[in-house]
Ligand binder design. Sequence first.
Ligand code: GDP
Ligand code: MG
Length: 517
Amino acid sequence: LGRRLNQAIQSVNGQTTIDEPALDAVLKSVCAALLESDVNVLLVKRCRDRVKQLVLPQLEEMQAKQGQGGDAMQGNKAKQLIHKAIYDELVALVDPGDSAPPAFNPVKGKSQVIMMVGLQGAGKTTTCTKLATHYQRRGLKVALVCADTFRAGAFDQLKQNAVRAKVPFFGSLITLDFLASGNRTLMHNAHMMYSYTETDPVSISLQGVQKFRAERFDVIIVDTSGRHRQESELFDEMVQIQEGIEPDMTVLVLDGAIGQAAQDQARAFKDASNFGAIIVTKLDGHAKGGGAISAVAATNTPIIFIGTGEHLHDLEKFSPQPFISKMLGMGDMQGLVERAQEMALANPERQENMMKKLEKGEFTIRDLKEQLNTVMGMGPLSKLTSMIPGMSDMMGGGNEAEATRRMKRIAFIFDSMTAEELDSDGTIFRDPAPTVSGALTAADKGKAKATPADENQDPTNPLGLREPNKRVLRVARGSGTTVQEVEELLAQHLMFAKMAKRMGGKNGLMGKMAAAR
Ligand code: GDP
Ligand code: MG
């Protein structure tokens, strides 16, 4: 969805005059992208009408002032107007705002029960453990209860996850279809921890919750079974469990790839369980996500987290603005800061140093090198880089193999830099040093010449250098990469350094974070 939408919105940039037909054309491609991503038809229509209603009068007013002929100022202003209107509408789609149920923030010192509901395969069991890990890392005492006695292996799955996450769990070893199979060997082989030979999910969940309440756990997460068929049975059981354990929060787990069916499904669950939050899973890979957006709108319930992979740590806090910014390719600073905080937990000393530097607003090339090294150890690159403006394209646009390949080449580039260069703020590569005409290869020359007046516009030469700096050329040669690659990396560093400067100091984001620590 992100890429399509981005293209649609970028298409405004190709226009000089923005009049009604131009606006219609942009909105048409934005709508096509939304529909293709399974956002509900009526929502898309509403979104289009609202943007048009808002933008058109302002466009006309601007045109009346400027007279005919698109001058650049009018064009730019109009583009910003459209961009912002679309952004606001999309944010509104995933943000139920004040009418939504209050946010749920478990605290230490009292037992809070979270119940997960959703169809089979939505990702409930996986998400239970992710959520447990999330709260555990925030210092809460967390336990899991498996109330899925329907599916064979349900308890084993949760148990395996729980053991990996080091979370205590409670559940029944014996599932209904295990009993039906007449097979008894599993019972003797499996080692049980808190298992209980009971098949009634209502009774099991109640026992589990009571046990963990008595042991003063802060967060007790109850996994329930989901079924494709026998829907009314599923809902009855769900309601009974809910009445039994009286959860503080019921969470609907929705498969991000579910498509147009999401809206009806979410409504049905809302009617039966009145859940207070949504977690959308499988938003990694090729999930379109539009169904999930529609589900929010249909039930007026906020998304609290999104699942972005099969592993324990693939859970991201959700908030509307960064989500939409990221979708529109505007980067996700908040997500990045959260990731950085998680990395800080993983390697406290190194990150402490980094934070100190950032607080001062410093960011050398060596800092970038170290950050990229840390990132390498943090799982899928494509996911992390998608949070950083401009980084995703540099890393192959979300393709993992490509990202890894480029990362290797970047490592070569760093290796070819001298200590002086690494410890510099990067300006050393932009000094008006004598260029090396004649020493360029034909390929380098082709790239260097393609430099237009506006340095921001040319992706092949982001630094706007007419001919490569001598150092750049040396590093490119030494690392077996191209001048373009080295310049891209330097441009990326420059962007980070600027960001560090903005975030640094007492009043910057980092300074504030330091003050909060
Ligand atoms: P449940 O039936 O609702 O308990 O669903 P499960 O937790 O068993 O998940 C079903 C499948 O979806 C499993 O193969 C999970 O690994 C996978 N899954 C769950 N969440 C995610 C996610 O965020 N991303 C991806 N790629 N797979 C997921
Ligand atoms: Mg399950």
